[in-house]
Design a binder for this molecule. Structure first.
Ligand code: ATP
Ligand code: TZE
Ligand code: MG
Length: 266
């Protein structure tokens, strides 16, 4: 097992569980916390403006998601992103449905000014963020990841961030290097907030291996791809898939992950 393989990073996460602060949405809070616990990390959903920046000083990574945004939450997001940057800790932005309303567009522009370490969105969100025409509907993607690849590269260069575009396959780039990750299940987009949960896991892996956020992002995407594939084998539909996914995540170990990983340079 290579020292930076997804499997070795999963093993490292379990050996020293990172505390991850997530300012996520009301839909995602429960499932995202359970996903982080199943993977072996310590989630904390802390968003209030009175404490968000103080907590960012304690946590090893921060994730920010605008899924159910309101004005009060924005203040917590800004102060937490500031605090993470000042402490040199990685932070991840999930620009949920940012193309849908002016409020969201302005919020994402303001958050991008804090220079996220990683941006994780579905294909429609990544295409729209780079100024392209997308077919997304609300929080749901309707574009293939293949069409988001050039947008992801442009965004990565423009913002100095790692950018991950997810869907049937996943694509991730730092603007120079790029990887495609295959796996997952058709049930995944049918369970709400799995993408939001993935964003939190991307934060957890960035905490474990902050040196190279492209490598840590590949690990997080691969963990989801393999756990999703394993969970789908016996699932009857989105309901049983959801709990089987948590079980598959917690059953996954480093060597199995590396054996099942389907990652190729792009
Ligand atoms: N058709 C599919 N086949 C296999 N895996 C998929 C498919 N669609 C999505 N996934 C996987 O589901 C996970 C979430 O990605 P997705 O692009 O659905 O996020 P999202 O749209 O932001 O989700 P949400 O907004 O509901 O949180 C990723 O691991 C992705 O690889
Ligand atoms: C359904 C939904 N609505 C706002 S956020 C969210 C979770 C999936 O992005
Ligand atoms: Mg999403």
């Amino acid at each position: 097992m290579q020292q930076t393989s997804p499997g070795s990073l999963l093993t490292a996460l379990r050996a020293d569980p990172p505390l991850v602060q997530n300012i996520t949405n009301f839909v995602a809070m429960n499932i995202a916390a359970n996903v982080l616990l199943a993977a072996g990390a310590s989630p904390a959903m802390v968003h209030a403006e009175e404490e968000a920046s103080e907590f960012a000083g304690i946590a090893r990574a921060l994730t920010i998601n605008i899924g159910t945004l309101s004005a009060g939450w924005m203040k917590g997001m800004h102060s937490a992103a500031d605090a993470a940057n000042r402490a040199g800790k990685p932070w991840v932005l999930d620009p949920v449905a940012h193309y849908a309303t002016n409020f969201r567009r302005q919020a994402v522009d303001a958050l991008l000014a804090h220079r996220p370490t990683i941006i994780r969105g579905n294909a429609s969100e990544i295409i729209a963020l780079a100024g392209g025409t997308n077919r997304g509907q609300g929080v749901d993607s309707r574009d293939p990841v293949e069409q988001a690849q050039s947008s992801a590269r442009i965004l990565a260069k423009a913002h100095g961030a790692v950018v991950a575009a997810t869907g049937e396959i996943d694509f991730v780039t730092d603007g120079e290097r790029a990887f495609v990750i295959e796996g997952g299940s058709r049930f995944m987009p049918a369970v709400t907030a799995l993408g939001c949960s993935l964003t939190c896991l991307v934060g957890a892996l960035a905490a474990v291996f902050p040196t190279d956020p492209l490598v840590s992002s590949v690990a997080a995407l691969t963990i989801f791809a393999v756990a999703g594939e394993n969970a789908a084998r016996q699932a009857d539909g989105p309901g049983s898939f959801a709990w089987r996914f948590l079980d598959a995540l917690s059953a996954l170990d480093g060597p199995t992950l590396d054996r099942q990983a389907r990652i190729r340079a792009a």
